[in-house]
Design a protein around this ligand. Structure first.
Ligand SMILES: [Zn+2]
Length: 487
């Protein structure tokens, strides 16, 4: 499977005299890092060569990246940097391009005042990949940002330690480059560039984990899963007492990577309690016995999962709907049994004070789609459980594949609407075609799906047909289905 090449990008840490940083929260609707707190930044685009020439008189890779950082700063926050000061532009100037705005105010920032602070590459598991140069810009005074709302929910100068506290209170989501930068900048700006560059990830080493929310560490690991996903997220939950959810890899190097992440915690005094499996699929359980044996911990899963794994993996304790996993210090997860994708599927609901996370397994996907494959997949149950999850209210859904969904109820509503839309297409295809097998209906019911996906679509179509039968809207005769006339 092809790994996408990282695209050149740039970002900027604007730091004021008292040590506050200009930072914002990306809009929840953005596919890449939506809902995360982040510094202004984005892809280096074509116009940046010209902007670099105008501002700096040169347009090599570094100058283009510096121009891109300033352009993104302007586009996202309405702020210009002249080398010493930040300028908040008037609302009228907000309509201009960065090039026009710098020309309008005749600003020519000295490029050496944009100090290199590292180069971060999005890990292979990212849904989009960037090779981002970070630059540090020190300014005299703080100014008021005017965030562009398609990109940022808010933007302002904020003290780094206050943001780190907000992360501890589960109020904000933060990804690795931002997290490391805040930790460095919280110690003061003086030697910040050197300290930033001392972080291995700042020179291209892959970030092995993300602690997007305090106490919830995502470790993406290569696994034999369904494309376009190539990884399964293991989740390391807790602070003093830990559980690891869905250790998936079969490859030795990926298993060692997971072990190393756990051992970083246990060396610091934490204790691993158990391996927890959301369900029995092979792209979730590859390293379960390996971790259990190496670290001498039990494996916990739903009784149905235990039975399905009986021939390969020994489940030591069963978890059922309504159980709680207590990890100490108020860190509790409730277990919900959510069949539909897999009969023994469970999710874990964060019950900490201020907790808003759900470890969602394969109920949703940050990348690719969820397969409902009868008889183990059941569309009626799946939809019921999506609705039950939605009723949990505002939450961040951490899926087994891809990034989290930061607006859980909205994501779940989209999932439910999409399945109901498909159900209607299947039903109307059945009406048009008369008695049919699932494969006969695909050209109509899955007309938006590439034919290469038809074998999977046929399974999903069957799941919809079985639900229609259960709802009294279709009848089954052997492997054929027919529409029932509405009563
Ligand atoms: Zn699965």
């Amino acid at each position: 499977v092809n790994v996408p090449e990282p695209k050149p990008a740039a970002a900027i840490f604007v730091v004021s005299k008292r040590g506050a940083v200009l930072i914002g929260e990306r809009s929840a609707s953005l596919a890449f890092m939506g809902g995360f707190v982040a510094f202004p930044g984005g892809r280096v685009d074509r116009s940046d060569a010209e902007l670099a020439l105008t501002l700096f008189g040169a347009s090599d890779d570094v100058m283009r990246a510096k121009a891109a950082a300033l352009r993104e700063l302007f586009e996202e926050t309405g702020i210009l940097f002249d080398g010493e000061r930040a300028h908040a532009v008037s609302p009228a100037m907000r309509q201009l391009s960065a090039q026009q705005a710098y020309e309008e105010l005749a600003l020519r920032p000295d490029p050496t005042r944009l100090i290199f602070g590292g180069r971060w590459v999005t890990p292979e598991s990212g849904i989009a990949r960037f090779d981002t140069r970070f630059f540090l810009a020190r300014v005299e005074e703080e100014v008021v940002a005017s965030p562009r709302h398609e990109e940022l929910a808010w933007a302002r100068f904020e003290m780094p330690d206050r943001l780190l506290d907000a992360h501890r209170r589960l109020e904000v989501l933060i990804a690795p480059p931002t997290m490391f930068a805040l930790q460095v900048l919280a110690l003061g700006v003086e030697r910040a560039p050197e300290r930033l560059l001392a972080i291995p990830e700042a020179s291209g080493a892959e970030s092995p984990e993300f602690e997007s929310l305090w106490g919830i560490r995502t470790i993406p690991l290569r696994s034999p899963t369904l494309p376009p996903a190539r990884h399964t997220n293991a989740y390391l939950l807790g602070e003093e007492r830990l559980i690891v959810v869905d250790p998936a890899p079969y490859e030795e190097s990926e298993r060692e990577k997971l072990l190393e992440r756990i051992e970083v915690r246990t060396r610091a005094g934490a204790e691993l309690e158990a391996v927890v499996l959301t369900h029995h699929h092979m792209d979730h359980v590859g390293a379960a016995s390996f971790v259990a044996q190496r670290l001498k911990v039990p494996i916990w899963a739903h009784p149905v999962t235990r039975d399905l794994l009986r021939d390969g993996i020994r489940v030591d304790r069963t978890l059922v709907d309504g159980d709680s996993i207590d990890l100490g210090q108020g860190f509790t997860f409730d277990v919900l049994h959510t069949p539909g994708h897999a009969p023994g599927h469970i999710i874990l609901v964060d019950r900490r004070k201020g907790g808003r996370a759900v470890i969602a397994g394969d109920m949703i996907a940050g990348l690719g789609t969820i397969i409902i494959d009868p008889p183990e997949g059941d569309m009626t149950e799946y939809l019921q459980q999506l609705e039950r999850m939605r009723a949990l209210g505002p939450n961040v859904l951490f899926p087994a594949h891809g990034p989290p969904a930061v607006d859980g109820p909205k994501k779940l509503s989209e999932y439910i609407a999409h399945r109901l839309m498909r159900e209607e297409k299947v039903r109307s295809a059945l009406e048009k075609k008369g008695p049919s097998r699932p494969a006969d209906l695909l050209d109509l019911a899955y007309d938006d799906t590439p034919p290469i996906m038809y074998p999977l679509a046929a399974r999903s179509c069957l799941a919809h047909l079985l639900k229609l039968v259960r709802d009294g809207r279709a009848a089954q005769n052997g492997d054929r289905f027919a529409a029932n006339q509405p009563l």
